[in-house]
Design a binder for this molecule. Structure first.
Ligand code: PAF
Length: 282
């Protein structure tokens, strides 16, 4: 596995791979890898000749007072896991290389896709994500890029951006990977104390109950949201940021459940935000 930090060197390496006819599959991450990331890498390994992983804790997607400085980092561990998964190229740039002095260009998807759900609590978040993903795409020039569905809204925003800007990259969404007890895998799970982690299991159990209601014929969104709200409110340390049922494409809220409905949840526990989602009718 090659580790490259320099942008020009990375571009040259990826251009050479493309010129020699290799298909590049790409998994962008902020590091502190877990099984969720590894599932993307394994799929990327199958789909591409050259598997590229980036590790970059992107400052522009963190709002003021968010956990940029505290965000968990362990490069040596990540490097070993990347080797294990057969990564060919690991891109590990410095923040000053991605955002040098005088940096002034941003890419933003406008409208409900970025202003609802996470966009309400984190108004500058998606602009940071789309900017860095665009930059990473121009550096890595991948044919395929893989993202987890745990960040459902992020995946929708990146898909929109890729379509709107005619970027020649296939965006692949991959299933949520859960711990044995059902908690969706996230680098931020390390922040959770034992007690709070136990309370956080309510996210998955609420999604499961909602899906069960929908599959048993309940189509009234109001009723499912009432059940979800009261389950989440039962946990003393969780503060609900949102519980919504939306159309999976537009992310607009719906009144009636159908095959395109997805339930999205976000809660805060102290400074830790947890998100989760699930389809209601599979
Ligand atoms: O999902 C993430 O880890 C990040 O938002 C991403 C896509 C790597 C951009 O920094």
């Amino acid at each position: 596995m090659e580790i490259i930090s320099d942008i020009k060197a990375m571009q040259n390496r990826c251009l050479a791979a493309r010129d020699s006819g290799q298909t590049i599959s790409f998994v962008p991450t902020m590091g502190f890898l877990h099984e969720g990331h590894l599932s993307l890498l394994r799929e990327g390994r199958k789909r591409g000749d050259l598997l590229v992983l980036s590790i970059f804790v992107n400052p522009t997607q963190f709002g003021q007072g968010e956990d940029l400085d505290l965000y968990p980092r362990d490069f040596e561990r990540d490097e070993a896991m990347a080797r294990e998964c057969g990564v060919d190229l690991l891109f590990y740039p410095e923040a000053e290389a991605i955002y040098p002095p005088g940096y002034a260009t941003y890419v933003a998807v406008e409208g409900p896709l970025t202003t609802t759900l996470e966009g309400v609590c984190r108004p500058t978040h998606f602009r940071g994500v789309t900017t860095v993903v665009t930059k990473l795409f121009t550096i890595v020039m991948p044919h395929i890029a893989l993202f987890g569905r745990k960040d459902f809204q992020q995946l929708a925003v990146i898909t929109r951006m890729t379509t709107d800007l005619n970027l020649p990259v296939e965006i692949v969404g991959m299933p949520i990977i859960r711990e044995q007890d059902g908690l969706a895998m996230s680098s931020r799970n390390v922040y959770l104390s034992k007690d709070v982690r136990q309370q956080a299991l309510v996210l998955n159990s609420t999604l499961r109950q909602a899906a069960e209601m929908a599959q048993n014929g309940e189509s009234d969104v109001e009723k499912i949201l009432t059940m979800a709200g009261s389950r989440l409110a039962n946990e003393a340390d969780l503060k609900i940021d949102y519980v919504k049922i939306c159309n999976a494409q537009s992310l607009e809220e719906v009144d009636t459940i159908n095959h395109e409905s997805v339930m999205l949840l976000a809660v805060s526990v102290g400074k830790t935000r947890l998100i989760d989602n699930g389809n209601l009718i599979s």
